[in-house]
Design a protein around this ligand. Structure first.
Ligand SMILES: Cc1ncc(COP(=O)(O)O)c(C=O)c1O
Length: 385
């Protein structure tokens, strides 16, 4: 059996009254009144081309057959086109979500003596996957305005050594919503080229950002890009994403794939429709998300001692720092859950700073965000009594 020590999990807390995390999720998932602000998912799509494509696929019983193992070529082409990486130098695999891409990336690139640079706060499953294949992870503390709440090129330089093989850039960052400038991405790209190491560019929240730059454009031979349909495309439950890199990297990944028989057909049909129809829905989703964000900001500003470290967030989530209020994020999360609002305390995305913040996502209908705004203020008032 595998040693659990090496593969330390994120500090997922079991909410009161549940025996397992799965039982908790099953319960909140099946509660149709629950307002979903805990997973950065997107609930703003109406019935649209995506739904129709998937319903057609089901009616045609496409699902009786296995799809092409690496994904439909049309879908691969549409993703590369969406990213402007369709110059013939990039290869792509369709995966069962960004999560599978992250795992394959670590499995393929890391040797047992390598180390990986990530950041805290950050998306902790990346650290977990890196630990499985490399020697250790250097999780750099970034929760400070001095470095704009992100892993800067300077911080990476300070933490790199000869055994550093990969730098993980989640951009925009879950949980804070910080994002990289073109200059920063160029600097990371130069660093990767000069040291012959890899950038893992996780662009799961890219389309929510005001401005976004792909590392693959500046260091194509040293970047693995992780793509997801779970967020702006609103398809989290369909489990679909992609991994993009050089033909060399992907040829090597082809030897270690797990989903040897391909990714869900219905999800792929939905994903193709999502990319083809993107112009029809993206502006409305971004506009609603930004308005929602300002509603949260107003509520937070009215609470003494609370603040939003990165505002505006470039993602569909943000962190609310409540440390100075004296209230623990976990208590606020419990308070909200009782009022049917699912949000996440910081421990889920940080080992060092989780006691300071609550993370909320807001690509949900405006009236739900308004409800959150009221209950958040009440929570702090009630819990500081
Ligand atoms: C940074 C980041 N990468 C990847 C994922 C997982 O993506 P997927 O649902 O495509 O597996 C998430 C999910 O929240 C995320 O925050």
């Amino acid at each position: 059996m595998i040693s659990p020590k090496k593969y330390a999990k994120s500090a997922k807390r079991l909410p009161k009254g549940y025996k397992t995390i799965n039982e908790f999720f099953n319960c909140v998932y099946n509660d149709h009144q629950m307002i979903w602000m805990g997973q950065n998912t997107n609930h703003l799509h109406d019935e649209n081309d995506i739904t129709f494509a998937m319903m057609d696929s089901i009616k045609n019983k496409d699902y009786c057959k296995y799809p092409p193992p690496e994904g439909f070529p049309e879908l691969k082409g549409l993703i590369l086109q969406d990213l402007g990486l369709n110059d013939g130098n990039n290869d792509i695999l369709i995966t069962a979500g960004g999560t599978e891409s992250l795992y394959l990336c670590m499995n393929d690139i890391l040797e047992p003596t390598d180390n990986v640079i990530t950041c805290d706060p950050g998306y902790l499953i990346i650290d977990n996957f890196a630990r499985r294949f490399g020697d250790h992870v250097k999780s750099v503390p970034i929760y400070s305005s001095e470095n704009q709440y992100k892993l800067t090129p300077e911080l990476v330089k300070q933490n790199m050594d000869k055994k550093t093989r990969l730098i993980s850039l989640v951009d925009p960052l879950n949980p804070l919503g910080s994002c990289y400038t073109q200059e920063e991405i160029k600097e990371f790209a130069d660093m990767a080229i000069d040291n012959d190491i890899y950038l893992l560019h996780d662009i799961t929240y890219r389309d929510f950002a005001r401005e976004h730059h792909l590392a693959a454009k500046y260091a194509p031979d040293h970047t693995v890009t992780v793509f997801s349909f779970s967020k702006i495309y609103g398809m989290a439950g369909l489990r679909i994403g992609a991994m993009i890199s050089t033909p060399d990297v992907l040829n090597s990944v082809r030897n270690i794939v797990i989903n040897d028989l391909g990714t869900n057909v219905v999800a792929q049909k939905g994903a193709m429709a999502a990319l083809r129809s993107k112009n029809k829905w993206i502006d409305r989703i971004k506009d609603t998300t930004r308005t929602n964000q300002s509603i949260i900001k107003e509520a937070v500003d009215s609470v003494e001692g609370a603040f939003i470290p990165v505002y505006p967030s470039n993602a569909n989530m943000l962190a609310i720092d409540i440390h100075e209020t004296g209230v623990a994020p976990v208590d606020v999360a419990e308070f909200l859950l009782k009022r049917k609002i699912f949000a996440r305390e910081g421990n889920y995305t940080s080992k060092l700073f989780g006691h300071r913040y609550l993370r909320v996502s807001f690509s949900i209908p405006r009236e739900f965000v308004e409800k959150f705004a009221v209950h958040f203020q009440e929570a702090i008032k009630y819990l500081t009594r």
